[in-house]
Write a protein that binds this ligand. Structure first.
Ligand code: AMP
Ligand code: MG
Length: 286
């Protein structure tokens, strides 16, 4: 049997004591799946059908009282394609079934609360697929690299995050976390492309270049977050993201596999079909 996407892209290690070596994972790698863009596009048609059907069942299940939901966490350096994934993968399902949340720098009032306060408010309700465009992981990524709080505080957050995600699992939210892994060369090309196209200037932030200058610090922060917070209940996947079509294929496949394992069920109606049929037929409207 071919390896599943979940087996292939799960962050390697399997032990909290072994450091994650992101440099050993190729951002342009393509270990399974389509070999080129047109093959990926053909696969996406099938993935769309798989995801859309399970999402509808998940939603229906919640109408029948089910408590389950899915949370897809997207993290990655600037230009890694979080927005593209929302457009191409989340865009496969009924918008009513989605709950998308983007986390930018916290406001002053958010900063006055615990770091998980603003996150908890955006956890998907039963029946929905939630997508986090950045997440609570920023509180151990940018916050660590930029020394926004003392080390003692951000260090304690790995365990707080694990406890929080265990709580989500407990309440029926299946968590999957994707790091969109790009190379610094690919990022430079994408940033330059943004500069060249006036319709992309709104996406260009000179501060992204400051973050880029700290590339290795960010990679180290990612490596530690992935190692400390990869659990069987809330696994981390490292998604090769230098090719946009491959990145989208991987995340769509991870989502399809996750939904298929959940196998949400349409609830049975609580009415008698024969009786209802007769009522409809008899109720002639003139
Ligand atoms: P963008 O995703 O391009 O809209 O940028 C959002 C910005 O918000 C990034 O620079 C993040 O690093 C920043 N950000 C998100 N969460 C936090 C956080 N908890 N603390 C500080 N900065 C954050
Ligand atoms: Mg940005």
């Amino acid at each position: 049997m071919a390896k599943t996407a979940r087996e292939t892209f799960r962050v390697p290690g399997g032990s909290r004591d072994v450091p994650v070596d992101l440099a050993a994972l190729d951002p342009a790698g393509r270990p399974i799946g389509p070999k080129d863009k047109s093959a990926a596009e053909a696969d996406m048609v099938d993935l769309d059908a798989r995801i859309d059907a399970r999402q509808e069942a998940l939603y229906a299940e919640s109408v029948g009282g089910g408590q389950r939901a899915v949370l897809l966490v997207l993290q990655g350096m600037d230009t890694s394609g979080k927005g593209g994934v929302i457009r191409h993968v989340a865009g496969m399902v009924n918008p009513q079934g989605l709950q998308i949340a983007s986390f930018t720098a916290p406001t002053e009032s958010e900063r006055a609360h615990h770091f998980l306060w603003r996150i908890r408010k955006r956890v998907p309700v039963p029946g929905r697929i939630g997508v986090f465009d950045r997440s609570h992981y920023e509180d151990v990524l940018v916050v660590r690299v930029e020394s926004l709080v003392p080390e003692q505080i951000w260090r304690a957050r790995y365990e707080e995050i694990n406890a929080f995600e265990a709580e989500l699992t407990e309440q029926g939210v299946t968590v999957l976390k994707c790091m969109l892994h790009i190379s610094p060369q690919e990022q430079a090309e994408r940033l330059l492309a943004r500069l060249e196209d006036p319709s992309k200037h709104w996406k260009y932030n000179p501060r992204d270049v400051d973050a880029r200058a700290r590339w290795h610090d960010y990679q180290a922060a990612y490596a530690e977050a992935l190692r400390r917070c990869d659990t069987d209940d809330a696994p981390w996947y490292v998604v090769p993201s230098d090719r946009k079509w491959y990145r989208n294929w991987v995340i769509a496949t991870l989502l399809a596999e996750t939904l298929e394992e959940l196998d949400p069920q349409f609830p049975a109606g609580d009415f008698d079909i024969a009786t209802e049929r007769a009522r409809i037929v008899e109720s002639v409207i003139t």
